[in-house]
Design a protein around this ligand. Structure first.
Ligand code: GAR
Length: 196
């Protein structure tokens, strides 16, 4: 996607803790990483990830979805912030708002998401509880391109972890998150690094 030597200007969108955002930002501190995190945006002012971004020296902004009349107005404000920072690609990292086809279309091919399941299994919420209820022996996470249909875009990379006896949704989520923190920075690098 990027020209040789060019480091893509990446924004990371969050709603909460921001541990995936921090993993990407720390990976991007390496000079040969093909992206720089130039902006973190949260739709929630109370997201702990905002302080993590500030501590990393990354501009961290809030676009509070509740302050807008509807999804389109929220997304227009979000898009304006991305453009103000000359953002070239977007990584959703625990961003818990569904995006409209209009916004997704504006960022088509330039926006990725991490989802805490082995897609196509368990799109949507409560992925770990659903994997446990199904008796799955394996769980994991998926990085995929964002398309208008929720959690359904082309898969870029997956990481698998075992489901262990006695797991709860919380213990399984923790094991999957550990895998996510390695998976997401690597998947973004592979996605953005020019082929060849
Ligand atoms: C991660 O497990 C991510 O896969 C999930 O939220 C968590 C965010 O953690 N994303 C979704 O559920 C998206 N539908 P983090 O804020 O610490 O990175």
């Amino acid at each position: 996607m990027a020209e040789a030597g060019h480091r893509t200007r990446l924004a990371v969108l969050i709603s909460g803790r921001g541990s995936n955002m921090e993993a990407i930002a720390r990976a991007a501190e390496a000079p040969d990483y093909p992206a720089r995190v130039v902006l973190v945006v949260s739709n929630r002012a109370d997201a702990p990830g905002l302080a993590r971004a500030a501590a990393l020296g990354i501009p961290a902004e809030v676009v509070p979805h509740r302050a807008f009349a509807g999804r389109e107005a929220f997304e227009a404000a979000l898009d304006a912030r991305l453009r103000a920072h000359d953002v070239e690609a977007v990584a959703l990292a625990g961003f818990m708002r569904v995006l409209t086809p209009g916004f997704v279309g504006r960022w088509e091919g330039r926006m990725v998401n991490i989802h805490p399941s082995l897609l196509p299994l368990y799109p949507g919420l409560d992925t770990h509880a659903r994997a446990l209820a199904a008796g799955d022996r394996e769980a994991g996470a998926t990085v995929h391109l964002v398309t208008p249909e929720l959690d359904s875009g082309p898969i870029l990379a997956q990481a698998r972890v075992p489901v262990l006896a006695g797991d709860t949704a919380e213990t399984l989520a923790g094991r999957v998150l550990d895998a996510e923190l390695a998976l997401y920075p690597q998947a973004i690098a592979d996605w953005l690094r020019p082929a060849g």
